[in-house]
Write a protein that binds this ligand. Structure first.
Ligand SMILES: Cc1ncc(C[n+]2csc(CCOP(=O)(O)OP(=O)(O)O)c2C)c(N)n1
Ligand code: SF4
Length: 272
């Protein structure tokens, strides 16, 4: 792609971009029917570097955009891709409630465990005690667990993959996009400039692959809580019984002038 990419050399976003591009190209979906949304951050630049339609919104707002697009155009393949700060911090509430809406949206999180764009402050997934420029004594907050939260909110597809393993990433991304329902993928993404702890080597020492998803949610939860000397990656939960929400025709009707006038009129009455 002939475009300057504003990521640092070695950033984990590069292999994620490559995997996503490969998977999207191979999808049995025309390119014009694929749309990406993102918020603000380094990861949120991802759609700029892919040849698909996108809506780049405010920080933390990739998911309301994705929901709006899906409701208006259920025929589109909608993928929201942003960072851990964007999806889990500023957009944390949207993360939970988008899962509850049972729409067919893929939520991809490039999780570098820091705020990359704003120079490495602690993010929701930063480990307790990790030092950075703004937390020289170490992060005082307990890390947010994305997979446990996604499972608790009822996500029918929950996975984790690693930017340093292209094959694993492609497999998990493909499966998450093809799954009909809200799917969550936490992608462990080294930030070579501001996260000197969770490096490619650090992950390679600890990661192990789940052979197949657990049979029940409780086991998925148990595995999702593991983070330490050993860290599982793979599909933690795939609900074969999940029923995606049918989008009623009413959502697809164009807004008429009469409907808007009626709404405005109602507002006036309420304000009096
Ligand atoms: C409402 C709002 N709050 C804060 C910011 C400043 N800001 C921009 S990007 C960012 C964090 C980005 O971190 P993350 O989402 O983890 O993405 P990364 O850059 O690490 O890929 C922050 C705090 C903003 N742009 N808008
Ligand atoms: S600061 Fe980190 S996340 Fe941002 S481009 Fe550089 S390596 Fe990637």
């Amino acid at each position: 792609m002939k475009q300057d990419i504003a990521w640092c050399p070695g950033c984990g976003n590069f292999p994620i971009r490559a995997a996503l591009e490969k998977v999207l190209k191979e999808l049995p979906v025309p390119a014009k029917n694929i749309v990406l949304t993102s918020g603000i951050g380094q990861a949120a630049k991802m759609p700029h570097y892919l040849p698909y339609s996108y809506f780049n919104g405010l920080h933390g707002r990739s998911l309301p955009l994705a929901v709006g697009i899906k409701l208006a155009r259920p025929d589109l393949t909608v993928i929201a891709v942003s960072g851990d700060g964007c999806h889990y911090g500023e957009g944390g509430n949207h993360f939970i409630h988008t899962i509850r809406r049972r729409l067919d949206i893929t939520i991809l999180v490039c999780d570098n465990k820091v705020y990359g764009l704003t120079k490495g402050q602690s993010s929701p997934t930063t480990d307790l005690g990790m030092k950075n420029a703004l937390d020289p004594q170490g992060n005082l907050n307990t890390p947010f667990s994305p997979l446990v939260t996604a499972l608790a909110a009822g996500a029918p597809f929950v996975a984790r993959t690693f930017a340093g393993d292209a094959q694993h990433m492609e497999q998990v991304l493909r499966e998450s996009i093809l799954f009909r329902g809200p799917s969550v993928v936490d992608i462990l993404q080294p930030c070579v400039s501001f996260n000197k702890v969770n490096t490619y080597a650090w992950y390679r020492e600890r990661l192990y692959k789940l052979e197949e998803p657990p049979r029940d949610r409780q086991e998925a939860m148990r595995l999702a809580e593991i983070w330490g000397e050993r860290i599982p990656i793979g599909v933690f939960w795939r609900d074969g019984q999940f029923v995606c929400r049918e989008i009623r025709e009413t959502f697809r009707r164009p807004v008429t002038e009469a409907a808007v006038a009626k709404l405005l009129d109602t507002k006036c009455i309420m304000m009096r």
